[in-house]
Design a binder for this molecule. Structure first.
Ligand code: SF4
Length: 366
């Protein structure tokens, strides 16, 4: 059995960003203590029940960097005991706002070896429009301090199609990341999610239309590749050897265990998730069943998000048969318009294909 990934959702943010719809609440000492105890109990409980090993651990949020280094250390230590986590990728999402309080030396000694830092933009006006609480300088200091401590696998998040963004300001942000010598960049198109303050204000903010969104995306892909960041997924780019091992499990439809409010899991062919409620999580309320996973269509849908796409060899290894012929027939319709590339044994989306991936993938695996 392959090692699983473990995702820990840390549901605390000092202040909510107006575009964000992830589950998070304001932290208190008591809530953090109860949350940590519950996470550790769950790790031991599920470690015993599942009897599996893990090789990636990912602290996402919310704002994991709100937690004290010692708290993160205790959770890592529990994961090591319960899931024999060793020589693994251990990622911590970091918000530059909380970075001045972070002890990177301690984190490194506890086993954190990868950071994912929420930069979003290297332009102050764009950070303000996004409602971020940090400055560009705070983000730069975070990266430099972490590097000095010996953390040399760092990812920066960038946002594309921010109101008021121009191609020039986008290129400035990308060059800023490159000059900081980071190994990985995630570049997401800003989505106006239902129910967020951005959504309520959408008529007053200068959001990009579809055409400009495409321009930003394609220009970012090109610029990132010129600077040596190779695209491996719709929104993810890395220097050679630095793909996110944890996130690859999602796109390869491999197993992972998600702990914490709103965290999702895929174990033993079943998908399930925790409710969006810290109280329910602390009270050990049961997870919610989300049906079966890992079947052919789902696997294909996830793999087509990767630049490597779908290929017969991997498909055969998993399902003991070739990719269904109809996938190739359906995909063939989009070859000429430049949305897919095909060989006898593989289907891959192109960059313009990635821009319409949801619609395109569903048409391929009809
Ligand atoms: S810090 Fe991150 S998780 Fe928290 S509100 Fe902002 S974007 Fe969302």
């Amino acid at each position: 059995m392959k090692p699983i990934g473990i995702y820990i959702h840390v549901p605390f943010c000092e202040k909510k960003c107006p575009y964000c719809n992830f589950y998070s609440i304001a932290p208190t000492k008591e809530l953090i203590a109860s949350y940590k105890n519950r996470i550790i109990d769950e790790l031991y409980l599920l470690g015993k029940k599942l009897n599996r090993t893990a090789n990636t651990l990912y602290f996402g949020g919310g704002t994991p960097s709100i937690l004290a280094a010692e708290t993160i250390g205790e959770i890592i230590s529990a994961a090591k005991s319960a899931f024999k986590l060793k020589s693994s990728e251990v990622t911590l999402e970091v918000n530059p706002t909380s970075a001045s309080k972070i002890n990177f030396d301690k984190l490194l000694s506890y086993g954190v070896n990868r950071l994912s830092i929420g930069l979003q933009s290297a332009n102050e006006n764009e950070l303000q429009l996004l409602g971020r609480q940090h400055t560009v300088q705070m983000a730069r200091n975070t990266v430099i301090t972490a590097q000095k401590a010996g953390l040399n696998n760092i990812s920066l998040d960038l946002m594309l199609a921010i109101p008021e963004q121009t191609l020039e300001s986008l290129f400035y942000s990308i060059e800023f990341c490159s000059e900081l010598n980071v190994q990985h960049i995630s570049a997401y198109l800003l989505k106006v999610e239902n129910g967020t303050p951005y959504f309520l204000n959408k008529n007053h903010l200068n959001f990009c239309d579809d055409n400009s969104q495409s321009q930003f995306y394609l220009a970012a892909c090109k610029k990132l590749e010129e600077l040596g960041f190779l695209q491996y997924e719709i929104s993810n780019f890395s220097k050679p050897g630095y793909k996110s091992q944890h996130n690859l499990k999602y796109w390869d439809a491999l197993e992972y265990l998600g702990l914490g409010p709103s965290a999702h899991s895929f174990i033993n062919k079943k998908r399930f998730y925790c409710k969006n409620s810290l109280t329910d999580f602390i009270n050990a309320s049961p997870t919610i069943d989300d049906g079966f996973g890992g079947y052919e269509e789902e696997y294909s849908l996830l793999r087509l998000r990767l630049t490597d796409g779908l290929n017969n060899e991997l498909f055969f290894n998993r399902f003991k048969k070739n990719i269904p012929k109809r996938y190739f027939e359906n995909a063939k319709l989009y070859e000429k318009p430049g949305l897919v590339t095909l060989t006898d044994s593989s289907i891959k989306l192109t960059k313009p294909g990635f821009l319409v991936s949801n619609e395109l993938i569903s048409r391929i695996i009809l």
